[in-house]
Design a protein around this ligand. Structure first.
Ligand SMILES: NC(=O)c1ccc[n+]([C@@H]2O[C@H](COP(=O)([O-])OP(=O)(O)OC[C@H]3O[C@@H](n4cnc5c(N)ncnc54)[C@H](OP(=O)(O)O)[C@@H]3O)[C@@H](O)[C@H]2O)c1
Length: 248
């Protein structure tokens, strides 16, 4: 089973300027990564991260929906061993799907949360294989395993990415790449600011994921909410769906 330690490894993280992505970057530095390619739509937003360690942090301007920028990132980061597909948006949170014909939020969620992961995975598959296999980590969500009614399109985009993660595991397993899906519950970031749940820190998510890939984990539930969600899903998926539906 493929596995990889973050210590002495080269990691690339999308959406590294804030939230969970930034925590993946700072935690990688703390855990001894050799190099951290920190990607953000606005490279200026990476200055604080770069100031932490100018030798190991390499900023890259990257919108994951922009194929030319994805290709340029791959060309600039040929030594990547661990790819963290973290960038994501919640553009249709709270929006009912039957009451409007405006699909713009739903479509942009698919562009970033699904096609963004696909573009990055395609661009870096050969690089990971050439560097010994490494790991491809997709930050998904428990909502991709059972739809959150207050985030219908977001959940659907995460479900699509969950399915693609399973496929990538089948394809890239042949080159010894560990493909790991991460299924967080509520995490204390801008995205979850308005959610009335207990939230874990983004740093705790990053630590758990790096520890998990060192043990070859394919599925990571990095907080108590996610662990309980997964338990309920395995025990009675229909009951979980009904409980979620009762929230609206
Ligand atoms: N927070 C939670 O409770 C939670 C739970 C489960 C899963 N997640 C997932 O965790 C990941 C990170 O979320 P977060 O909570 O850290 O959210 P966040 O604080 O809103 O940060 C989102 C990050 O993604 C970046 N991003 C958005 N669109 C992008 C694009 N087209 N190209 C490149 N970067 C883009 C943002 O960059 P800008 O600063 O330029 O906007 C930002 O860096 C997401 O995939 C999210 O779905 C979050």
């Amino acid at each position: 089973m493929p596995a990889i330690a973050i210590k002495d490894s080269v990691v690339l993280i999308t959406g590294a300027n804030r939230g969970i992505g930034k925590a993946f970057a700072t935690t990688a530095l703390e855990m001894g990564a050799a190099r951290v390619y920190a990607c953000a739509r606005n490279a200026a937003a990476l200055e604080a991260l770069q100031a932490l360690d100018g030798d190991r942090v390499v900023p890259i301007e990257l919108d994951v929906t922009n194929q030319a920028q994805v290709d340029a990132a791959a060309a600039a980061a040929q030594d990547v061993q661990i790819l963290v597909n973290n960038a994501g948006i919640g553009a249709s949170l709270g929006a009912p799907v039957t009451a409007t014909t405006d699909e713009s939020g739903l479509r942009s969620e698919l562009e970033v949360n699904y096609f963004g992961i696909l573009k990055m995975s395609r661009a870096f598959a050969g690089i990971l294989g050439g560097n010994g296999g490494g790991a491809l980590i997709n930050i998904l969500s428990v909502s991709g395993l059972c739809n959150f009614p207050f985030a219908p399109g977001y959940s659907a985009s995460k479900a699509a990415s969950h399915s693609m993660t399973q496929h990538l595991r089948a394809e890239l397993g042949k080159q010894d790449t560990l493909v790991t899906g991460v299924y967080p519950g509520p995490v204390d970031t801008d995205m979850a600011r308005a959610l009335p749940f207990d939230k874990v820190s983004p740093e705790s998510v990053a630590e758990q994921v790096y520890e998990a890939i060192a043990g070859g984990a394919e599925d990571v539930f990095p907080d108590p909410y996610a662990v309980e969600f997964h338990r309920q899903l395995r025990e009675d998926a229909k009951a979980l769906e009904k409980a979620n539906a009762a929230a609206i």
